[in-house]
Design a protein around this ligand. Structure first.
Ligand SMILES: C[S@@+](CC[C@H](N)C(=O)[O-])C[C@H]1O[C@@H](n2cnc3c(N)ncnc32)[C@H](O)[C@@H]1O
Length: 244
C-alpha cells in the first residue's frame, strides 16, 4: 500500500481521536462547573475562582489571618486566595481602625490587580530574582503567613506531576525557613503520593503543629491535600535548612 496514504490516514485518525477526547472532556468540565455550587457562589460573591472557599474554610477553622499581617501568596493567579488574604489582613486598609496588612502575590501567569496586594507576576517563584524581589517588597519584615497553592502544568503522569509539586513545595519550605517569622504559618498544597511523607517529616522538624486538611470545597476526586504548618520554631542554625 502507498506509505504516504497510510501516514496521512493515521494522522487524520489521531487528530480526530484527539479532538473527540478533548471535546468530551471539555464538555464534562463545563457540565461540572455548571453544577458546582462553589462556582456559582464565587460568581455571586465576587471571588475570582472557587478556590477562595478552600482558604476561607481553612481560615475559619484554624485562624491563619489577623489584620496587619504580612502574607506571601505563591502560585496566586487568578487571585482568589489573594483576595481572601487581603480582606482578612485588611491589606487594602478598608477598615481604618484596624492595622493594615500587606499581601505579596506571585505567579508564572499574569494577575489582574487586587486592591491591597503587591503583585509579582509572569515570574517563576523558584528563581533567585523572584525571591529577592519578595524580600525587597517585605521591607525587612518576616512573613506571618506563607501560602502555596502552586500547581505545575499536569502531564497526566501522576507520579511525575506529584514529584514536580513536591520539589516546588520543598523550595517554599526552604524559602520559609529564612523568611517566616517565629510562630508563623505555612499552608501548602500537595498531590497525595510519593514524596509527601518525606516533606511531612521536614515540616515536623520546623513547626510545632502540622495538620493535613482537606476543605469541603476541594473536590472529592482530587488528589490535592493541604498541609497546614503552624508555630514555626525558627532556626538557630542552618542545619535543618540544608536537609530540605
Ligand atoms: C491552582 S492555581 C492557584 C489558584 C489561586 N490560589 C487562586 O485562588 O486564585 C496554581 C497556580 O500555580 C502557578 N504556578 C505553578 N508553578 C509556579 C511557579 N514555579 N512559580 C509561580 N507560580 C507557579 C500556576 O501558574 C497557577 O496559576
Amino acid at each position: 500500500m502507498n506509505t504516504t496514504f497510510l501516514r496521512s490516514a493515521c494522522q487524520f485518525c489521531i487528530k480526530n481521536l484527539g479532538q473527540r477526547q478533548k471535546g468530551t472532556s471539555s464538555h464534562k468540565w463545563i457540565q461540572r462547573q455548571h453544577k458546582d455550587p462553589y462556582v456559582k457562589r464565587a460568581r455571586e460573591e465576587n471571588w475570582r475562582c472557587r478556590s477562595a472557599f478552600k482558604l476561607l474554610e481553612i481560615d475559619d477553622k484554624h485562624k491563619l489571618f489577623t489584620p496587619g499581617q504580612l502574607v506571601i501568596d505563591i502560585g496566586a493567579a487568578p487571585g482568589s486566595w489573594t483576595q481572601v488574604a487581603c480582606r482578612r489582613t485588611n491589606a487594602a486598609g478598608s477598615d481604618a481602625k484596624l492595622p493594615k496588612g500587606k499581601v505579596i502575590s506571585i505567579d508564572l501567569l499574569p494577575i489582574v490587580r487586587v486592591p491591597g496586594a503587591q503583585i509579582i507576576d509572569c515570574t517563576d517563584f523558584t528563581s533567585l530574582e523572584c525571591q529577592d524581589k519578595i524580600i525587597e517588597l517585605s521591607a525587612g519584615k518576616k512573613a506571618d503567613v506563607i501560602l502555596s497553592d502552586m500547581a505545575p502544568n499536569a502531564s497526566g503522569i501522576k507520579t511525575f506531576d506529584g514529584r514536580i509539586l513536591v520539589s516546588l513545595v520543598s523550595k517554599v519550605l526552604k524559602f520559609s525557613v529564612n523568611q517566616l517569622a517565629v510562630n508563623g504559618t505555612v499552608l501548602v498544597k500537595l498531590w497525595h503520593g510519593a514524596g509527601c511523607d518525606e516533606l511531612e517529616q521536614v515540616m515536623d522538624k520546623l513547626f510545632d503543629s502540622v495538620k493535613l486538611v482537606k476543605p469541603q470545597a476541594s473536590r472529592d476526586d482530587s488528589r490535592e491535600i493541604y498541609y497546614l504548618c503552624q508555630k514555626f520554631k525558627g532556626l538557630e542554625n542552618s542545619e535543618d535548612n540544608n536537609k530540605i
